[in-house]
Design a protein around this ligand. Structure first.
Ligand code: ACO
Length: 405
């Protein structure tokens, strides 16, 4: 077979490892995962401790800088980000140049790449000042962008950032608030979203993060690299899974299927149906994030839930129960991943299904930035350039058009 292929005329053996199951592309100090034991740590801190005790921007600082900030440092970091939350006014016409029904991930990817045109003095990844500014600008402006995309999709006027509000609270206000009205955002909702963002903040060399690193390895600027990460995240096998879970629950509900019937379809691989939100390349045990999300789903739905949301949560829990006692899933070590329950919470908060994956992007942003910066400082950094095992035709000669059959 092609387990190990030999490339003639090059410097040695080339391993063929589709999907990079066994290939490390870098060394990293940022995130530790033990997939068999179900362990996840950021910079050495267990995910459950950060999720319950920390804030999203504190975790962003930790991932990017390697240490937890003291209170003054965190305050300065938050204030600096707060000052940059406004988008350049030209961006308003940028958003209106897309169909309002267009998928938010496509608009977000274009918007993030476009930031490079407004901040040309922040593009050098090897200049510490420019790189720090690009970091702050991205963390500051991406939530504003996501809110604007959400508002425009339903035709509501855009709200400017309010520097008096906290990061997550203001994101919720910009998304759901009304002009000239002061809204109190429910602190339970703010806290739940803060926690979900923390849980998504980094996950070592997943598809989107590897993409950010690969693009950045050419010394492409941070906006171009992060925008490429958004593209990778948009796929249903990665960040799109949270949206796919909700659609799956909708289908089960509207077709009146029992969970057992649906699981049978999945096992028989009918029409390629998978149990969305289940399975993970690295976790062969319960995803530690899924357990935290499940608990939050109960809290948030208990507070904001509708009959429909409650029914969907029931279906999801039933699916989990059926799957976890079924040999198909047991033998393949398929457990719920972080996104099995997140969609239900986002829906209860009022986010339309299409906005779920942008929320994942907002959460993953600090991880992408931290990994990009770590790579730039790595003395072993080289441009990413995988090899291949050629399986095409041997040399042959051009055939004139009139002689082709
Ligand atoms: N439902 C049913 N069967 C599954 C599922 C699933 N969700 N996931 C994997 N399998 C089966 C495969 O069919 C395969 O079975 P086979 O050996 O009989 O062919 C076996 O389990 C191994 O699956 P692979 O696709 O080889 O696993 P891989 O590591 O490549 O994929 C992935 C991991 C993409 C997450 C996969 O489990 C999946 O598609 N899950 C559903 C989508 C999802 O939830 N993605 C979110 C991932 S987490 C995230 O991005 C935050």
């Amino acid at each position: 077979g092609l387990g190990v292929g030999r490339l003639l005329g090059t410097t040695g053996m080339v391993t063929l490892d589709p999907g990079f199951t066994n290939t490390a592309s870098c060394t990293s100090d940022i995130t530790y995962i033990d997939g068999d034991a179900g362990i996840l740590r950021y910079r050495g801190y267990p995910i459950a401790e950060l999720a319950t005790s920390s804030s999203f921007l504190e975790v962003a600082y930790l991932l990017i800088n390697g240490e937890l900030p003291d209170s003054q440092t965190l305050e300065r970091f938050e204030r600096r980000i707060g000052r940059h939350r406004l988008l350049h006014e030209d961006f308003l016409s940028f958003f209106t140049s897309f169909p309002s029904s267009g998928h938010p991930m496509a608009i977000l990817q274009a918007g993030i790449a476009g930031l490079a045109t407004y901040y040309e003095d922040t593009l050098n990844p090897h200049d510490p000042y420019e790189r720090e500014l690009a970091t702050v600008l991205l963390l500051a402006k991406v939530p504003t962008m996501i809110s604007y995309i959400a508002r425009r999709a339903i035709g509501l006027p855009l709200l400017y950032p309010d520097p008096k509000r906290g990061y997550v609270e203001d994101f919720l206000n910009m998304t759901f608030g009304m002009p000239y009205q002061v809204h109190d955002i429910d602190p339970v909702v703010v806290r739940a979203l803060d926690m979900l963002l923390i849980l998504h903040a980094d996950h070592e060399q997943n598809c989107s993060t590897s993409t950010v690193r690969l693009v950045g390895s050419s010394d492409a600027n941070m906006y171009a690299s992060v925008a490429a990460g958004v593209g990778a995240l948009s796929g249903p096998l990665h960040g799109g899974a949270n949206e796919a879970v909700l659609r799956m629950l909708d289908t089960i509900q509207s077709e009146g299927l029992s969970t057992a019937e649906f699981v049978r379809k999945v096992k028989n691989k009918e029409d390629g149906v998978r149990l969305m939100g289940f399975g993970h390349r690295v976790y062969k045990n319960y995803d530690p994030r899924a357990a935290l999300v499940k608990a939050t789903a109960h809290d948030v739905l208990g507070r904001l839930g509708s009959d429909d949301g409650d029914r969907k949560l029931e279906i999801a829990m039933e699916l989990e129960e059926v799957a976890l006692s079924d040999d198909y899933f047991i033998s393949r070590k398929l457990y719920p991943n972080v996104d099995f329950y997140t969609g239900l919470i986002y829906q209860a908060m009022g986010f339309p299904t299409k906005m779920f994956t942008p929320l994942f992007a907002l959460g993953r942003l600090p991880g992408w930035i931290a990994q990009y910066r770590e790579m730039m400082d790595d003395p072993a950094k080289r441009i990413g350039r995988p090899r291949q095992v050629y399986t095409g035709e041997p040399e042959r000669h051009y055939v004139a058009m009139h002689r082709r059959e």
